[in-house]
Ligand binder design. Structure first.
Ligand code: SF4
Length: 213
């Protein structure tokens, strides 16, 4: 079994190799403040960032604060966000989340993980995205790509996102957590795809225990 020290070294090398290869964007979602990012992130579940950006372009012009979202009839909100898919649940989450923001946080987005995950419709992934991009709080975002790559790269043995988050956190310094998640996401989209990982094009081939699978 690989020691923690060796795994840390491997994670460090993976970071160093991937970092210059993928451009730095805080997130591809477009937003002007933490509240807009929270709404965009809720909408991004099972949807591309491009599609979310198309929807939020007009949404954010019409509705600016949590109070605006709770006032819209739910059917109208569903219609506005329909192209992002799962619009019935997303509309419900947005309105409940906005109600909570108004009732508990004076209409502001809270800045801690504990508070964020208590908001309706907000899980650890959404919380990490918002806290990291809007408030620079270090965190590991575990989406489907990060989960798949962390397992293939042998950086975790766990399937539970919260445990994967912790496993990755112990391998790299805090300042690199967020960027490392982004790197795994980009690498998962470009090369280490779910169905057919392109081992022969992979710059971290030599560091990967799954390079022959
Ligand atoms: S070697 Fe293959 S499995 Fe490993 S990270 Fe690269 S593409 Fe993914």
């Amino acid at each position: 079994m690989e020691s923690l020290t060796k795994k840390r070294l491997r994670a460090k090398r993976i970071f160093e190799i991937l970092d210059p290869l993928y451009t730095k964007e805080k997130t591809a979602l477009k937003y002007k403040n933490a509240f807009q990012l929270l709404i965009a992130t809720i909408l991004s579940a099972q949807c591309t960032d491009e599609r979310v950006n198309q929807v939020t372009k007009s949404l954010f012009k019409k509705y600016k604060k949590p109070e605006d979202y709770v006032k819209i009839p739910i059917a109208k909100l569903q219609e506005e966000i329909r192209p992002t898919g799962f619009f019935v649940n997303k509309a419900k989450s947005i309105q409940s989340c906005c109600r909570e923001l108004i009732d508990r946080y004076g209409g502001k987005v809270p800045t801690t993980m504990e508070e964020m995950v208590k908001l309706p419709g907000v899980g650890r992934k959404t919380a990490n995205v918002v806290l990291g991009a809007a408030f620079d709080v270090p965190g590991v975002v575990v989406d489907t790509h990060v989960k798949r790559l962390a397992l293939r790269l042998g950086l975790t043995d766990n399937h539970d996102p919260e445990k994967i988050e912790k496993d990755i956190q112990q391998l790299l310094p805090k300042e690199q957590w967020r960027r490392f998640s982004d790197l795994l996401i980009y690498h998962g989209r470009e090369i280490c795809k779910a169905r057919k990982p392109q081992h022969d094009r992979c710059p971290i081939f030599d560091l990967c225990p799954s390079n022959s699978l």
